[in-house]
Structure formats: C-alpha cells, structure tokens
Design a protein around this ligand. Structure first.
Ligand code: PGA
Length: 241
C-alpha cells in the first residue's frame, strides 16, 4: 500500500529557538490530521536534537537533509547515519537539486548516501528532477530515468521515498501543473521494481495548490520548502482536502 507522506524541507532556515517555536505551534495545529498521513520535518542539523526532544510522543517525524556514506572518518563538514539515528532522526533527504547544483552531488554520491541511509535504518527521500533547459529540450524523461538508474543501483526499494522536484519549480512560485507532475511521477513508477514506493511532488507547493496536487492519482505526498517554514501554512498543507 502506498503511504501518504508530507515532508517539510527547511533548508538552511531556523535556529534552535525558531525551530522550537514552530514545533510547539505546529503540534497543536495538526492534532486532528487524518491518521494515515506521515508528517516529517527535515530541519538543519543544529535543530535536530531540540526538535527530537520536543516531538517525542507526537506523530511528527524528524528528517535530516544530508548523510555521509561512512560511519566516521576525516570528512570535515559531513555527518554520519549513526549520528542522526542516535538523536532520533528517522528520515533523510538525499540528492536534492541544491546539493547537486551547489555542492557537487552526483548520481554516484547519491547512490552511496542512499546505501548508507538504509544501512543505518534511516528512510531516504531521493530527489530527482529536470532543469528548465532539459525540459525545453524534451529531455525530462531521459534525465529522470538516468538519475533513477544510477541513484538506485543496488538499493533496497522497500525502504525508500522518491520526490519528483522539477528544478524550475523550486522556490520560484512556478508550480508544475498537477496533471504534468502526475504524468512524470507515473513515468518514475514504471522504472521501479517496487510499485508501492511513495512518490512525492515538490516545487512551490502551497496551501493554495496542495488540494489539487493531492487529488492526482499518482502523487503520494509533497516535499515542501518555503511553505513549510510557517506552522499554520504547513499545517494547512498537511491537512489537504
Ligand atoms: P519550494 O522548495 O517548496 O520552496 O519550492 C521545494 C524543495 O526544494 O524541496
């Protein structure tokens, strides 16, 4: 059975005090949300410990935004899966386009990070998506199929979430049409051995478009950036109709 998963990706926003304030507000806002919806907050590393303590016993799960493939070592600036699970993190975003674009993330490093996440019992959210130029050149399907093929090499498909995030729709307000997102997510599902993997849409998801996005049959959830930074906004997204 495909699970509904709504995740907030805070990127490099919110210090500990701001994160705590959000958690306190958000917990009360989402109390009456339908039971079967998984709710995740992917926060900066510095906020994870305080959030873990304050989310204890709530239905909101915690995610990180990166994980290294080694258990430990001389990897300045990186973090290991064991360090994340120790503080109560359950999910991790891997291969976000901002990591690929600004920090040299490749399909090969994405693959290593996915393996490490699974090894340390974190559930990875693998991001794939095309640029505007690739879309205009008619390469959307090829790009995504290639990202999946390389990223998912020897990956256990029973512990995985995928997010389709067209890069031109991220942070731009320019949402992909819900029918088009549905079509591409259908293409992604065709590539997978496990058809029950939850596949999210991400890119300018807001309270105003979430209902339409979630009405699409192939779309199992959303990965939300900007609109997840404010508790009332993200609560409305989680409580889509
Ligand atoms: P956005 O970001 O919702 O601000 O477009 C989405 C993402 O980067 O995951």
């Amino acid at each position: 059975m495909r699970k509904i998963v709504i995740a907030g990706n805070w990127k490099m926003y919110k210090n500990q005090a701001e994160s705590l304030k959000f958690v306190q507000e958000f917990k009360s806002e989402i109390e009456d949300t339908a039971e079967e919806r998984e709710i995740i907050l992917c926060a900066p590393f510095t906020s994870l410990t305080v959030m873990s303590k304050n989310l204890h016993g709530s239905r909101v799960k915690l995610g990180a935004q990166n994980v290294h493939w080694e258990l430990e070592g001389a990897y300045t600036g990186e973090i290991s899966g064991e360090m994340l699970t120790e503080i109560g993190v359950d999910y991790v975003v891997i291969g976000h386009s901002e990591r690929r674009q600004y920090f040299g993330e490749t399909d090969e490093t994405v693959n290593l990070r996915l393996k490490a996440a699974q090894k340390y019992k974190l559930k990875p959210i693998l991001c794939v998506g095309e640029t505007k130029e690739q879309r205009d050149a008619g390469e959307t399907e090829n790009i995504i199929i290639n990202q999946l093929k390389k990223g998912l090499l020897e990956i256990d498909q029973s512990n995985l979430i995928i997010a389709y995030e067209p890069i031109w729709a991220i942070g731009t307000g320019d949402t992909c049409k819900s029918t088009e997102a549905n079509r591409v997510i259908g293409v992604i599902r065709q590539q997978l051995d496990n058809k029950d993997i939850s596949i999210q849409y991400g890119g300018s998801v807001k309270p105003g478009n979430i209902d339409e996005i979630m009405a699409q049959p192939e779309i199992d959830g959303a990965l939300v950036g900007g609109a997840s930074l404010e508790a009332a906004n993200f609560a409305r997204i989680v409580k889509y109709q």
